[in-house]
Ligand binder design. Sequence first.
Ligand code: FES
Length: 215
Amino acid sequence: MLSIPKAHPYPITKLVWSDGSPVRVNELEANKAYIFNYLFKNTPNFLINLGDEKGNPIRIEVTLYTAMPPLAEESIVFRVKDYVKESIPGFGSPYTVNPHGSIVAYSAICQHFGCPYLAINFYAPGRSVPLARSKIVERGGVIYCVCHGGAYDPYRGAAILLDPPQRPLPFVILREENEELYAVNIVGATIFGKFCNTCGEEGDLIGSISVVKEA
Ligand code: FES
């Protein structure tokens, strides 16, 4: 008989450095990726303060729509002056992706065959992508998976830049309190291989803190 894995509430998880001190938003270097696990102990995510080629943070806005369009449908993008406004296929209500406008967190497990970080990695603007098979990614500013060359756009809600992935990366909703960061939810697609994002053994949930490391 098919057993349905138990779903749990999303934990509110404080992001901390390895010495236990809280990660503060102004400590995250632009164009540098960090890694933390959420909402399970073995599901990694990128934490990135997105910047331009000169290292200036870029404000990102993401709006989620409640309807799930066909899997291959591209995200709709509006470029408004100096920031990027994005609509992502997914569930939920309108949502700004991060408190300071430039910090985002995405699953670091590829939506194609599930290759995890380090196979999938963030390449800052100007940082070349090894073995890039397309000009789209050769100048960096992408999340790229070396397993089969899939690529996602971190400035547009991890929308697909290069197949074979068919879905954007799920992203983690962050909350800022007193300049400290908390992970509170995951939206968009489900984490690769998960029946639902919170399905699993209770003991595997990350709990109240998650350690952030440089990628
Ligand atoms: S697993 Fe990432 S592109 Fe195939």
